[in-house]
Design a protein around this ligand. Structure first.
Ligand code: SAH
Length: 464
């Protein structure tokens, strides 16, 4: 099994500093499952190629195992890219994988032209899957499928491919992509997967897995289709991406086949809020506690909305929101409708007056209960939008989250989570005090006993 990594970055021999392997030497490493050699097939200023040759010892693999199965002796392990290659990458290129280079620290964080070739990759799902895995990460992917036997073309194609990946990327990113995706492709269950595999997946998937379109499939196959582990990993992946664990709701307790099809709860929430604003003919919206701009982005793309303002106390979140809005590449007229302001929801601010609609999406539970009274006055007494929409977790639903220990809240910054009755009691009291009628709806799949994962209260100013 061969993995080659080439660069044309000048001077190309800097690859040796990044990999911590000198281009003039051939080194041998003893691993628990065989031997690895690292050498360079070319090392010039213009082009440098490092080769990792992995020789897996099938006898070592079965040593110590009880029972006999032919499969232990006749298998593809010595010839294909498998999780052994990931182990070798971690052991032999560990510093490069974690982005450390003593001699070229600045080069570690630079995207440089890199090409990786893998001599033999198993892929049962066919070559499209190889493209679906690597292309979203920015690679140009070339694959060559191998026939079962060159001498007997009538036997047809095998499930093995040679793969070439090209990208301008950091070396540590390339290595972490290979580290995670090679075991995903190799469906052999020769190793035990446990909790520590989740940690490795999250560690090496950091920064790219949470947003990968195939993240569910990647997670599932990396964890060898162990459902509980997959659910736990997906829940954690989503926590890293957004502050709300309940986004993972759809992936819980569902048949495997459904997992890919699910629309995230976050998405459903945003759609529900947007359609409610439209039903109420609200064209000027202030999103209070806008965070990183999830709702703002949806509203920004919809020309129905004429003015969109986001408020948050966190400057960092606003910076991210700004960046993500910029990525939408809106025309200047569309862009003018949107503004971001820093502010605290517990203090009156006249800049927030005059909006038709205010939204508080997964925000109230971040306030200490005694501060909630201040927010009530700011929103319902002073700003007085025609419509206000509040969403918050339904704590009754928490029992359905496998990844959530009994009695814990969905996010460490949540000060409280309410039952449906608690939200209704609060909202009805606020409505009465400030002259709003209130209706309630669930968002996400509706369980007959515990209800939906998210609850929504829609306040509309009562007509006098
Ligand atoms: N509405 C967003 C973010 C929810 S997280 C979404 O659905 O994605 C809660 C947000 O409320 C955080 O961004 C936090 O900074 C903000 N927040 C919490 N307390 C606040 C306060 N007192 N004033 C303003 N923003 C606050």
């Amino acid at each position: 099994m061969l993995l080659t990594i080439s660069t044309t970055h000048s001077p190309a021999t800097d690859l040796g500093y990044l990999l911590h392997k000198h281009p003039d030497r051939c080194q041998t490493f003893d691993l628990s499952f065989g031997q690895a050699q690292v050498f360079y097939s070319e090392a010039t200023v213009d082009r440098c190629t490092a080769v990792l040759l992995l020789e897996i010892d099938p006898v070592r693999l079965v040593r110590g195992k009880s029972g006999f199965s032919l499969d232990q002796y006749v298998n593809d392990r010595p010839y294909v890219a498998s999780s052994f290659l990931s182990v070798a990458i971690a052991q032999i290129f560990g510093s490069a994988l974690s982005g450390r280079s003593h001699d070229r620290p600045d080069l570690v964080t630079r995207a440089i032209p890199l090409k990786a070739t893998l001599s033999m990759v198993p892929c049962r799902q066919g070559q499209n899957f190889l493209h679906q895995l690597f292309e979203p990460l920015g690679y140009t992917v070339k694959t060559t499928q191998h026939s079962l036997d060159e001498q007997f073309s009538e036997w047809g194609e095998s499930r093995y491919f040679s793969v070439e990946l090209d990208a301008k990327i950091q070396l540590k990113q390339l290595l972490s992509h290979l580290y995670v995706l090679i075991p995903v492709l190799d469906e052999d269950k020769h190793y035990w997967v446990g909790e520590e595999e989740i940690e490795k997946l999250l560690q090496h998937g950091d920064g790219w897995l949470a947003t990968h379109p195939e993240k569910v499939q990647i997670t599932r196959q990396y964890l060898k289709r162990e459902r509980t582990l997959t659910q736990a990993a997906l829940a954690q992946l989503i926590v890293e991406e957004t502050p709300n664990l309940d986004v993972a709701e759809d992936t819980h307790n569902q048949e495997e086949a459904d997992i890919e099809k699910s629309v995230s709860l976050n998405q459903q929430r945003l759609e529900m809020v947007t359609s409610t604003l439209k039903q109420c003919a609200v064209k000027r919206v202030i999103d209070l506690g806008c965070g990183e701009g999830n709702l703002l982005r949806v509203l920004a793309k919809d020309n129905f909305f004429e003015q969109i303002t986001g408020i948050d106390v966190s400057y960092r979140s606003l910076e991210t929101a700004q960046k993500r809005l910029d990525q939408l590449l809106l025309g200047s007229k569309q862009r003018e409708r949107i503004q971001l302001m820093q502010g605290a929801l517990t203090y009156r601010d006249r800049r927030w007056d005059g909006y038709e609609g205010a939204t508080l999406i997964e925000v109230i539970e971040h306030l200490d209960l005694p501060r909630l009274a201040a927010l009530e006055r700011v929103v319902f007494e002073f700003s007085r939008p025609k419509v206000a929409i509040v969403t918050t977790p339904n704590v009754e639903y928490n029992v359905k989250f496998i990844a959530l220990a009994n009695g814990t809240l969905r996010h460490k910054d949540h000060r409280f989570e309410w039952t449906r009755q608690e939200l209704q009691t609060w909202a009805n009291r606020v409505g009465q005090e400030f002259g709003y009628t209130v209706r309630f709806e669930g968002i996400g799949s509706n369980d007959p006993i515990v209800g939906s994962p998210t609850q929504m209260a829609v306040f509309e100013q009562s007509v006098l």
